[in-house]
Ligand binder design. Structure first.
Ligand SMILES: [Zn+2]
Length: 499
């Protein structure tokens, strides 16, 4: 049956509560606060193909939320901060105890935090393409790093540009250098090298903000938490006190490849270190460094009096595995929680402060939400939901279906609804919906828990058609792949993207 119908942009169903979920799956559970006991929600048996990517429907009980446009018609500035490879559960605002993120935590305490936000795809360029366009890979066509971004699609940049905003983007990851600048007046790397200390990114952002014409839209893509974890001085994380656990004491075998399970990938090797805990410490130190860079930008906004005229959005393109499922210091291959769970925080004086929303969110929801807050039309062709009702405290909608998928050879596809995720892994050479395994997870357990094959069979049966349809759809169109130069290959190898 014809199953892909781009839904028209509509108001999302109401969805937010003040409760919180537990942290994402972690082998370092001792470092996170105990989660509240999740409530069991019934599944709404609504099988509509369009619901795969956007379950939406006007609410009769929640009035359309106002935008952040002020009484004189002035639109807010918008600062979009994305941090490469940032796990939500290694931030204080998401329950981590080590003090990795004082600045992000402060933003969360002043704004709205989505407890359950995911990336649709745990690989940089496809994820950021989905963020900018509110589309999945079958629509924007970016399926790998360095793929050419389709410049004809409407993006956040083109929407803000059309509305008279001054636009700029500064980025620390060269994987998005091909065409992602569409719609931006300025689109620049932090510097000549491909990955830089995020401090450089903050300096560029601050220089732009000094004299920027309001309203402006600025996107900064930070990079330090991406491996190798060598952007911050090792001493930065010295004060972090980890529990003495076998998981952290484990020594990893060094290998000559960038991918695989149970090994230390080549691109991550640092100073002859082989112990898992040393890498986790370095990773946390990188987060602290990026957090400081975010704080520098915030301070500049405050000093210039622009902070309270600015909608600040902080999120990530994907997370990072720190040993879960025997996957160490990599991302992209698995759809497990460490890879797909991302932070999502929005701050503006016109939004509630300290609200934690359990509404299921995805990076594809950011564009329609930010557009609505800026008083702009909903983006054409969006598969995301407008989260504004959730920002205003509307109750959570448990019927929302979200899709995630990998663009690596595993070709996994998953759908999640409420507390359940059904994840399919196809046979290596077969069609994407010919699953060799189809696994059901309780994603609100901490860590996420795989259920035995016979458990929750009714839920499994309901989600199976959805995940099969999703597997076909997200891979429907040919890739926008382009031939890489030898230099590009070498640079991707250094970031662990290829072997
Ligand atoms: Zn990335």
């Amino acid at each position: 049956m014809p199953c892909w119908v781009p839904p028209s942009p509509r108001e999302a169903r109401p969805g937010a509560t003040l409760t919180r979920h537990g942290p994402a799956d972690s082998v370092f559970g001792a470092l996170t606060k105990a989660p509240s006991k999740p409530g069991r929600r019934g599944l709404l048996v609504v099988f509509l193909c369009s619901a795969l990517f956007a379950t939406a429907g006007a609410s009769a009980t929640v009035a359309p939320a106002p935008s952040l446009v002020d009484g004189s018609g002035r639109r807010p500035n918008v600062l979009l901060v994305t941090v490469d490879t940032l796990r939500a559960d290694h931030l204080g605002a998401y329950g981590y105890r080590l003090g990795t993120s004082p600045e992000i935590d402060r933003l969360a305490s002043e704004g709205v935090l989505f407890t359950d936000a995911i990336t649709p795809v745990p690989t940089t360029a496809p994820a950021l393409a989905s963020l900018l366009t509110s589309r999945h890979a079958d629509q924007h066509g970016v399926r790998e790093n360095l793929a050419e971004f389709p410049g004809h699609l409407p993006t956040m940049a083109s929407a803000f540009d059309a509305a008279g905003y001054q636009t700029a983007a500064f980025y620390g990851n060269g994987a998005i250098r091909n065409g992602f600048g569409a719609g931006f007046e300025r689109f620049e790397p932090f510097g000549e090298r491909w990955f830089f200390r995020d401090r450089r990114g903050a300096e560029k952002a601050i220089a732009f903000l000094d004299g920027a014409r309001e309203p402006w839209f600025l996107w900064v893509h930070f990079m330090d938490p991406h491996g190798p974890y060598n952007s911050s001085p090792p001493g930065r994380s010295r004060a972090f006190a980890y529990p003495d656990s076998p998981a952290l004491r484990r020594e990893l075998q060094q290998v000559e490849t960038n991918s695989g399970f149970g090994i230390l990938p080549r691109y991550q090797r640092l100073d002859g270190l082989t112990r898992v805990g040393e890498y986790v410490r370095r990773y946390d130190g990188e987060i602290l460094g990026t957090d400081a860079a975010i704080g520098q930008i915030r301070a500049a906004l405050e000093a210039s009096g622009q902070l309270d005229r600015t909608l600040l959005v902080v999120t990530a393109d994907h997370g990072e595995a720190l040993g879960e499922d025997e996957y160490f210091f990599q991302h992209g291959t698995l759809l497990h929680e460490p890879g797909v769970r991302v932070p999502l925080i929005m701050r503006h004086p016109g939004l509630p402060s300290g609200l934690r929303s359990d509404t299921p969110a995805s990076l594809v929801d950011v564009f329609p939400t930010v557009a609505a807050l800026a008083g702009l039309p909903a983006p054409d062709g969006s598969v995301g939901r407008n989260l504004v009702p959730s920002l205003r405290g509307a109750p959570t909608d448990g019927s929302v279906v979200r899709v995630s998928y990998t663009v690596t050879p595993t070709r996994q596809t998953a759908v999640r609804r409420g507390r359940w995720e059904l994840r399919g892994t196809p046979h290596p050479e077969g069609p994407p919906d010919d699953f060799a395994t189809l696994e059901l997870f309780d994603i609100r357990a901490s860590p996420a828990r795989k259920l035995p094959p016979q458990a929750e069979s009714a839920i499994r049966a309901e989600l199976e058609p959805l995940v099969r349809a999703a597997a076909r759809q997200v891979r429907e169109n040919p890739s926008a792949a382009r031939k890489m130069t030898e230099d590009e290959k070498a640079r991707l190898r250094a970031l662990g993207y290829i072997d």
